[in-house]
Design a protein around this ligand. Structure first.
Ligand code: GLC
Ligand code: GLC
Length: 799
C-alpha cells in the first residue's frame, strides 16, 4: 500500500494520506539554519547545532507520536482545523504534502477554504519562511480566525527537557508589533535570540503556553483557538511560545497570502541592546524586511530551486528505468547532502542531543557529496584529520561546534584510520586538488603538532600494521565498523556502555577480517596514490604490506566457503561453520571480496555465493546468520538485540552496497542490480505500509527474516547507507568513476539495462556518456578511460 507518489518532474514526494505509518519528514536548510518538518507540520528548528542552539521545542518518543511543530489553526465558525491535519486531526476535504528539495508544501482544505503552507529556508538566511496562502473556494464570504503556533526551546535542548527547577523561571520574551522575540538568558551569557513575525497586522498574540493551550489540554485543543481569541499573554518563566492571531475575511474566490518568518540572530556584546532591557531588533527587522512580500519570498524560493538544479546537474542519468533514474537523479543525492549537513545528529530517530560527528561516518559520507560540494568536503577532511592521534588512532567522534574530539568515547576503534584514506582518495580523484595533501594538520587539535595531511594518511596506514594480532591480521580494538561486535568488552553490568567499556584488552587476540579487507582496499589506494606522487619507496612498502595481508587472510581468514568474520579474545573463530550462531557475517564477505582476496582460488565469488545463499532474504541482505538468540558475553552488544534487528541479523542497509560493489567487481551484473533494487526506496515504495519509514530515502535498518515483521524499516535519513548506495550505483553499476587524471567508464549491468546516458560534470567540464549494452554481457573487457576535457563532449561506449 502507498500513501503518495513520486513527482519526478518537480523532484517531490507527494503524500496524499496524512496517516502515514510513521511521520515522513523533510529537511529545510542547507547552511546554518535548519528545520525538520514532518508531513503533518511537526518538527523543530535549530541553528548549526541541534543540541546547543535549539530554537523550537520538540518532544521525542512521546504519545501521541510527533507532537509539537509549526502549527496553524484555522477557526471557521465552530470548526477548527489545521492545513496539515495534525494536531486537531479534523477530517479534511483535501490533504497533500509535497516534500521537495529543501522545502515542504502542505495543503489542506475544509468547507470551501484551502490553506497552502510553503516552508523553506532561503539561501544565506538564518530564518525559515512559512508562506501561508488562504483561499475561499466557497460561494459564501468567510470570516476566519487564524492562529500560528511554535513553542520556544530554552536553547540547550537537553537541559530544556530536564532542569525544571530552573527552567520554569527563566523564560523571557518581547512583543513588538507583529513579531514575538524569544530572549531567554539573553541578558547573561547568550548573544542570540529568536523571533517569529508575520508581514501583517495581528489581532492578538500569546507567548505563555499555559494561557494559549490551557494546562490540561493538548496541542489539539488550545483554549485560545476554541475561544477564537488570544489573551495577549506575556511569558515570564514557565514555557514561552509564540502564537499570532489574525482575523481573515475572504470573499468568495478571494485569496490572501501571509508570510511568517521564524528567525535567529547573533550579536556582538556591544550591540546586544537597543536600550536597557530591550533587545537590538535591527538584524531581525532586516530579515523580516527581506521577506515582507510574497514577491520577495517567491524570488528567494526560485533561488533555492536553482541552487538544487545546479547541485543535481553534476551527475544525472537517463535510463528509461524511472525507479533507477529517480534514485540517482534526485533522492539518493539529496539524502547524501542531508547526511553531510546533519551527520548523525537530528532525525526522527536521532534526538539531536546525542553523539557528535563520527570519524568513520563522516569519511564515508564524503563519497556521497564530494562531487556536489568539493570545497566543503575539503574542509571536512581537514577537520576530521585534526582529531587523529599521533599514532594514527582517532577519536571516534567529534563535536561539530568545537571540532574537538569527544573524550567520553575516546578512540580505539581500529577501522577508523582507514576511513581517512578512503575519504581523502575520493576527494583527490574528484577534484585533482593535491594541494590538500600539503595542508598542515595538527593531531588532537594540539598547536605545534602539525604535520601534512599526507603524513596523517601515512600514520593511518601504519596504525593497522602496528596493531597486528597472532595471525598477522588487524587487531580489532573496541570494535571495527560493526560497533556492536565488542570482542574485548565482557560486560555483565547493565549500566556500562558497550561502546566505551573495555574490561579486557591486555593479551587480547581479537582480530578483524573486516579491517583486513578494508586495509587491502584502502592500502592499494594508498600505494597507488604514493606512486602517483612519485613516492616510489613508500608505494612499494605499502604494496608489500597489502600483499602480506592478503596472504594472511587466505591462510587464516578463509572458512572453506566464505571469509571468517574475526578471531575473538581467546583466538577462537567468529563467523565460521564451526560456530552455532553467527556462522557467517556480511562485512568480511563485502570487504575481502571487494579487495579481491584469494581471487586465484575463486574466494570472492564463493563468498558472494555464500552471502546469497545464507544471508539474502526478501528485503535485502541480513548482517549475519544464524541470528544470536542468547547473550554472548565475549561478543558484546551484537547479541543483545532480538534476532533480526540492527547488528543482530537485521538488514543493515549500509553494508548491502559492499556486496553490490563486490558483485560488480566480479562482473555479476544481475546480482549487483538485484541487490541494489531490493533496498532502493523507489522499489520498496509499493510496500510502504510494511516498510513504515519514508519511501523516498534509505533507512539504516530493515528488520531481517528472523524478526517479527521482516521488511519493517527504522532509522531513516541519517545513515551511511546513502553515501554507499550512491557510490555503488553511480560508480559501480552505472560505472562512471573519477580517477586522478581521467574519468573512467566501467559499468556492470543487468540485461534489463540496455542503454543509458549519464551526464557528469568533472573538473569543470561536462561529459555526456552513452553506454550501450549491445552484447548483453554488461561488463567491458577493459575499462574505458576518458581524458580530461574542456567544455561539453559526447562519448559512446559500447559493451
Ligand atoms: C551506526 C554507526 C556506524 C556503525 C554502524 C554499525 O550506523 O553510525 O558508525 O558503523 O552503526 O554498527
Ligand atoms: C548502537 C547501535 C549502532 C551504533 C552505535 C553507536 O550500538 O546499534 O548501530 O553505531 O550504537 O551509536
Amino acid at each position: 500500500m502507498k500513501f503518495g507518489h513520486f513527482d519526478d518532474a518537480n523532484r517531490e514526494y507527494v503524500i496524499t494520506n496524512p496517516r502515514t505509518p510513521w511521520p515522513w519528514i523533510n529537511y529545510l536548510g542547507c547552511e546554518e539554519f535548519f528545520s525538520l518538518v514532518s508531513n503533518t507540520a511537526g518538527g523543530y528548528s535549530f541553528y548549526k547545532d541541534a543540541k546547543f542552539r535549539r530554537i523550537s521545542r520538540y518532544r521525542y518518543n512521546g504519545v501521541p507520536m510527533d507532537a509539537g511543530g509549526m502549527y496553524f489553526y484555522i477557526k471557521d465558525g465552530a470548526t477548527i482545523w489545521n492545513p496539515g491535519w495534525k494536531p486537531c486531526k479534523t477530517e479534511l476535504d483535501f490533504y497533500e504534502c509535497r516534500h521537495g528539495m529543501g522545502y515542504t508544501r502542505i495543503t489542506g482544505a475544509k468547507d470551501g477554504v484551502s490553506a497552502s503552507l510553503l516552508m523553506f529556508v532561503p539561501l544565506r538566511t538564518n530564518a525559515q519562511i512559512l508562506k501561508l496562502t488562504l483561499r475561499n473556494d466557497s460561494k459564501r464570504a468567510k470570516r476566519l480566525k487564524l492562529f500560528s503556533f511554535v513553542e520556544w526551546c530554552l536553547w540547550n535542548a537537553s537541559t530544556d527537557m530536564e532542569n525544571f527547577q530552573r527552567n520554569f523561571s527563566t523564560g523571557e520574551v518581547e512583543i513588538d508589533g507583529s513579531t514575538i522575540y524569544h530572549k531567554t538568558e539573553y541578558k547573561e551569557r547568550r548573544n542570540h535570540y529568536a523571533f517569529y513575525g508575520v508581514n501583517a497586522k495581528i489581532d492578538g498574540f500569546d507567548t505563555d503556553r499555559e494561557t494559549f493551550l490551557g494546562l490540561y489540554n493538548g496541542f489539539d485543543d488550545p483554549d485560545a483557538v476554541r475561544a477564537g481569541k488570544c489573551a495577549n499573554s506575556v511569558a515570564h518563566g514557565w514555557s514561552p511560545i509564540a502564537a499570532h492571531q489574525l482575523d481573515v475575511a475572504l470573499r468568495p474566490g478571494e485569496s490572501k497570502e501571509l508570510v511568517f518568518t521564524l528567525g535567529y540572530v547573533e550579536l556582538p556584546e556591544a550591540e546586544k541592546w537597543q536600550r536597557k532591557g530591550v533587545v537590538n531588533k535591527k538584524p531581525a527587522k532586516a530579515i523580516l524586511k527581506r521577506f515582507d512580500t510574497s514577491a520577495k519570498v517567491d524570488r528567494a524560493f526560485a533561488q533555492l530551486k536553482s541552487y538544487w538544479d545546479d547541485l543535481l546537474s553534476r551527475y544525472s542519468v537517463k535510463s528509461g528505468n524511472e525507479r533507477l533514474d529517480r534514485m540517482v537523479n534526485v533522492w539518493n543525492q539529496y539524502q547524501c547532502m542531508v547526511t553531510f549537513n546533519m551527520s548523525r545528529s537530528a532525525s526522527f530517530f536521532e534526538s539531536g542531543i546525542g553523539r557528535g560527528m563520527g570519524f568513520r561516518d563522516s569519511n564515508q559520507d564524503l563519497v556521497g557529496f564530494v562531487h556536489q560540494i568539493p570545497d566543503r568536503a575539503r574542509e571536512r577532511i581537514l577537520d576530521i584529520a585534526a582529531t587523529q592521534f599521533p599514532d594514527g588512532g582517532c577519536y571516534h567522534q567529534y563535536q561539530p561546534l568545537t571540532k574537538r574530539g569527544n573524550n567520553d568515547i575516546g578512540g580505539g576503534f581500529n577501522d577508523d584510520p582507514m576511513w581517512l584514506i578512503f575519504g581523502t582518495v575520493a576527494y583527490l580523484k574528484e577534484t585533482g586538488d593535491f594541494s590538500i595533501l600539503e595542508e598542515k594538520v595538527p593531531f588532537d587539535n594540539k598547536k605545534g603538532s602539525e604535520v601534512t595531511l599526507f603524513e596523517h594518511l601515512k600514520v593511518s596506514f601504519d596504525h593497522v600494521l602496528n596493531n597486528l594480532g597472532p595471525h598477522k591480521l588487524p587487531l580489532i580494538g573496541r570494535a571495527d565498523w560493526n560497533d556492536c561486535l565488542n570482542l574485548n568488552c565482557f560486560s555483565h553490568d547493565p549500566n556500562e556502555s558497550f561502546q566505551t567499556t573495555e574490561n579486557k584488552t591486555k593479551g587480547s587476540k581479537a582480530e578483524s577480517l573486516m579491517i583486513a579487507g578494508l586495509f587491502c582496499v584502502c592500502g592499494k589506494d594508498y600505494a597507488e596514490l604514493c606512486a602517483h606522487l612519485g613516492r616510489k619507496a613508500e608505494s612499494t612498502r605499502a604494496a608489500k604490506a597489502v600483499a602480506a595481508m592478503e596472504k594472511a587472510v587466505e591462510r587464516h581468514g578463509w572458512d572453506g566457503e566464505w571469509y571468517l568474520r574475526a578471531y575473538d579474545f581467546f583466538g577462537r573463530k567468529v563467523g565460521s561453520k564451526e560456530n552455532d550462531e553467527g556462522k557467517i557475517f556480511i562485512e568480511s564477505q563485502g570487504w575481502c571480496a571487494m579487495a579481491g582476496i584469494g581471487k586465484a582460488k575463486g574466494m570472492p565469488e564463493k563468498a558472494l555465493d555464500a552471502t546469497k545463499k545464507h544471508l539474502e532474504c526478501a528485503h535485502g541482505i541480513v548482517l549475519n546468520q544464524p541470528a544470536f538468540t542468547k547473550y554472548v558475553v565475549e561478543y558484546g552488544e551484537i547479541s543483545t538485540y532480538p534476532a533480526g534487528y540492527k547488528e543482530n541479523a537485521g538488514i543493515f542497509c549500509h553494508n548491502n552496497p559492499w556486496i553490490i560493489i563486490a558483485e560488480a567487481i566480479a562482473g555479476r551484473g544481475e546480482d549487483a542490480f538485484a541487490h541494489w533494487a531490493k533496498i532502493a526506496p523507489s522499489y520498496t515504495e509499493d510496500r510502504s505500509e510494511l516498510h513504515k519509514v519514508e519511501p523516498n530515502v534509505y533507512c539504516q535498518m530493515v528488520a531481517g527474516r528472523d524478526a517479527a515483521k521482516p521488511g519493517e524499516g527504522k532509522n531513516s535519513w541519517l545513515t551511511g547507507t546513502a553515501a554507499w548506495n550512491w557510490y555503488a550505483v553511480s560508480e559501480y553499476i552505472l560505472g562512471i568513476k573519477p580517477d586522478y587524471d581521467a574519468l573512467v567508464v566501467d559499468p556492470c549491468l543487468p540485461k534489463s539495462l540496455g542503454r543509458y546516458t549519464v551526464t557528469r560534470r568533472f573538473r569543470g567540464a561536462t561529459y555526456e556518456i552513452t553506454v550501450v549494452n549491445k552484447s548483453g554481457r554488461g561488463k567491458l573487457a577493459k575499462p574505458v578511460r576518458l581524458p580530461l576535457i574542456n567544455g561539453t563532449r559526447k562519448f559512446v561506449v559500447e559493451i
